[in-house]
Structures are given as C-alpha cells and as structure tokens.
Ligand binder design. Structure first.
Ligand code: ASP
Length: 433
C-alpha cells in the first residue's frame, strides 16, 4: 500500500483536532482537553523550538563555509535582503488595496465598537505597553540589538535569533578566511552535526500529526465567543483575501517566472511546512521544517537555504506586514478617520519595518502593529477592536511568512545556479518539473 504523505497525515491530525475541540466544547469537557491533550501540542512546539537554534548555528556555519568566497557571500546576502524588502512592500500594498476597496471598518457600528473596546481593552493595553518599550528607543537601537555582547546569553532566548545569526555569520566568515588545513576539521565536525540535527527533525516530524491535533483542539476550546467573530468577519475576510493573493497569486507567479518550477511541485514540497506554520503560529518554530522541505523537496542547495531561511524567518514577514496594513486602515475606518495618501505611504514604510522587527513567535505582529498605528496617529486602543480574531489570522499570516521565505530561497538559489533536483528521489516524474 502507498504510504500516506506527511501533509495528508498532518491535515487529518488538524481535522481531528478541530473535531475533538468542538466535541469538548459541546460536552463541557474543556478541562479534559486542557489537561490531557494541550500538553502534547506544547511538547511538539517545544521540540521544534529546541532544535531551531542548534539548526541555525550548524547549518549557517556549514552554508557559509561552503561558499568559500566572501564576494559570493555578499552577493547572496545583498540579493536576499533586496528581494525580502521587495516582497514585503508588495504585501503591504496588496493589503492596503484590499482594505481600501472593501472598507470593512465602515461596517462596525457604534455599539459593537464599544463592546469590543470594553471586552479587549485590557488585553490590548498590555500589548501597547510591550510596544512602547520598543518605541522609546533610539533610531539605531535595532542595529545595536543585532550585535550580542554574550553569545551564550543570545542563544538562550529564541527571540534573539538575529544575534545568533550575526555571530554565526562571523564564524562562517572566519572559517573562509583561515587556512583550509585548519578549517577542515571544524567544517567536518559541523557537517556531521548538521546531519544529526536533520535526522532529529525527521524524528520530530513523525510526531507532527499528533502535535497539530493537540494544538488545534486546545485552540478551539480556548477561542472567544462566536458573536464577536461575526462582527469582525469583514475585516478578517480582507486579511484572508490579501494573504490568499500572496499565497495563490504572487508567490506562484514568482516561482514560475524566476525558477520555471510548476506550482504543484512548489506546493507539494512546501505544504507540510505551511501546515506546521498554521498550527504553531510561529515562523521560528517552523524553521526546522521549512529548511528540511526547501532543501530536500524543492531542490534548493543547502548553501542557500541555510543562509536565506534563518534570516527570512526573522526578518521577512510578508503576511505580518500585510496584516498590519489592513488592520491599521480598518481601525482608522472604524474610528471614522480619513487617511491621506501620505498616511497610506507611511503605513507601507512603517509596516515593512515593523514586520522586520516582529519576532517570529505567536502574536508578535500585533505588538508591532502599535508602532504602525502611532506613525499615522490612529488611536492605539483600537487594537482592542481586532483582538478577538487575531489568533486565526496569526496562523494564516505565519503560513504566508514561511511561504515567502521559501519562495525567495528558490529565487536566490536559481540566480546563483544552486537550484537543483529535489534530494528526495521517490517523487513521481510528473512532479519533477
Ligand atoms: N506569528 C508570526 C510569525 O511567527 C508573526 C506575527 O505576525 O505575529 O511569523
């Protein structure tokens, strides 16, 4: 019998999780889910996060040391960052186009607005406080933040991925610059370790169907009332349309135009990572899976993927920037504020920067949204308006975030002649194109 592919197993896990969640709500067994099922989801996320930092360290050192040439490294770095900024700007612009056309904020009446502000005001203000810490720092602070003063401290917090990347890039450059005789044993060791880590990821992924089942079941049990969802439906639809245009329009177009690969090939390769992103709401937690899928199934050389993807997971968040654009305009509309063209352009710039600054963890995009709101004078308390539907939208924007990273890694690989056949050979020939 043909073995069921991983993404199908994950989808079955997701459906079962949602089913169990609804069943628990209907029978009043929420506590049972919280006690016996949720922990399995937490273990799954922990396993992914556990392997994320070692994976970044080892694969990035391996990737850079294999390049063996500083000018090639800077070419790859320059190209990567440029395409990342380009896709992010397109994403916010798509979001703004959708929200300005459909005007979901105009559908919120005075009563609903007040109800949302009352219900979620406290939740929102805690996010606002978190954001104000980020806002009160000087303009060069983000640069300072990238350079760690203690690498061990940096590796102990998954939010400091950029610091880890900075240190590891330095290490990789050092390895290129020393005598090959001296670097060989270090590279050999790292190479072996890389294989071990990839094997561990394979093992973790065997538990993915159960992990996502548990995550979704507990999410359904914990979600807020359906009535508030309804009030925010048109806003949520705008975000979903925008994200859909990215996933089914923009990225496939880029893949087809720049790499010539078919969409079936692309989606089949990346689907398990998208499903994990959806279930965990964290690009950082999904990174091990994204790396595995992109190298093994999409044919991106690990020289490229090990450099482009960890950086992408931290700085390239197209879904987040799109959502921030839509949310900002929605809140402005709900407060009857008119935004000028200049305001909208400011939103494009600040949402691009805010998405770069968002950590790759659940709801980080919402914290940074405060900065976007502040830049055009939209009341920050408006965050309370969108709170109720943030989690499902976070799940979807995380899917877009990792799909964007994967697309760019294919483009960069192609441009450097490093896009080959997938390593996994048991594919049907029709998917090979
Ligand atoms: N959860 C998103 C991610 O990890 C970030 C966000 O938009 O909140 O990619």
């Amino acid at each position: 019998m043909k073995k069921l592919e991983l993404h199908w197993k994950i989808i079955i896990g997701m459906i079962a999780g949602v089913g169990i969640g609804f069943l628990a709500v209907a029978t009043g067994q929420q506590q049972l889910v919280a006690n016996w099922i949720k922990p399995l989801g937490t273990i799954f996320i922990n396993l992914l996060k556990l392997i994320a930092v070692p994976l970044i360290i080892v694969s990035l050192i391996k990737g850079i040391s294999e390049i063996q040439d500083i000018s090639k490294l800077s070419r790859m770095g320059g190209r990567t960052l440029l395409i990342y900024v380009f896709t992010t700007v397109i994403a916010v612009s798509i979001g703004l186009l959708v929200v300005n056309t459909l005007k979901p904020g105009k559908r919120i009446n005075e009563n609903t607005r007040q109800e949302l502000l009352d219900n979620f005001g406290t939740d929102a203000s805690s996010k606002i406080t978190m954001a104000s810490e980020a806002k009160n720092r000087g303009p060069l602070q983000p640069l300072v933040d990238i350079v760690p003063d203690n690498i061990f401290a940096a590796t102990t917090d998954n939010r400091n991925m950029l610091q880890v990347i900075f240190f590891v890039v330095l290490l990789g450059i050092g390895l290129i610059l020393i005598e090959p005789e001296k670097s060989r044993p270090v590279i050999g060791f790292i190479d072996g370790l890389n294989e071990v880590i990839l094997k561990i990821i394979d093992l973790i992924m065997l538990t993915a169907p159960v992990g996502v089942l548990a995550l979704l079941a507990s999410l359904v049990v914990e979600s807020p009332s359906v009535d508030l969802f309804k009030a925010l439906l048109s806003y949520a639809i705008c975000v979903v349309i925008g994200l859909g245009l990215m996933i089914f329009g923009f990225y496939p177009l880029l893949v087809k135009l720049f790499t010539g690969k078919s969409l079936k090939f692309f989606f089949r390769g990346i689907a398990p990572a998208q499903l994990v992103a959806f279930s965990t709401s964290s690009s950082a937690a999904t990174l091990p899976v994204t790396m595995e899928r992109v190298t093994e199934h999409l044919g991106v050389d690990d020289e490229v993927s090990s450099f482009v993807l960890p950086i992408g997971a931290t700085v390239n968040m197209d879904g987040t920037s799109l959502y921030q654009g839509v949310a900002a305009v929605f809140i402005a509309q709900a407060f009857n504020m008119d935004l000028s063209l200049m305001d909208q352009l400011t939103i494009i710039v600040t949402a691009t920067l805010a998405s770069i600054g968002s950590a790759a963890v659940p709801s980080a995009g919402m914290i940074m949204l405060v900065i976007v709101l502040g830049s055009v004078g939209i009341p920050e308390a408006g965050l309370a308006l969108i709170f109720a539907v943030d989690r499902p939208l976070d799940m979807l924007r995380t899917v877009v975030n990792i799909t964007g990273d994967s697309t760019v890694s294919m483009m960069v690989a192609k441009s450097l002649n490093l896009l080959g056949e997938p390593k996994v050979k048991q594919w049907d020939d029709n998917y090979k194109k």
